[in-house]
Design a protein. Structure first.
Length: 79
């Protein structure tokens, strides 16, 4: 039940962001992924992803925030 509510809220938020043109990298991670945190390096992001596997499972992504800000790495997870 909690996952369905969280997914519905995230879908509504993403739809609103798309309507406003501010989705940014949310499209890059794909549907069902949520931005969890941001990090200063890819290795730091991977370490945070592995540390939280017990919460979101083994599927997570680390991607640059945008092409103009490759110094900020975003951790994308699936709940």
């Amino acid at each position: 039940m909690y996952r369905r509510v969280a997914a519905a809220l995230a879908t509504a938020a993403t739809a609103g962001a798309l309507a406003l043109g501010t989705a940014g990298t949310a499209e890059a991670a794909g549907p069902g992924f949520y931005a969890r945190s941001h990090h200063s390096s890819y290795a730091e992001c991977q370490a945070a992803g592995r540390a939280g596997e017990w919460i979101w499972g083994k599927i997570f992504l680390c991607e640059p925030f945008t092409s103009t800000r490759p110094d900020v790495i975003v951790l994308w997870v699936r709940y």
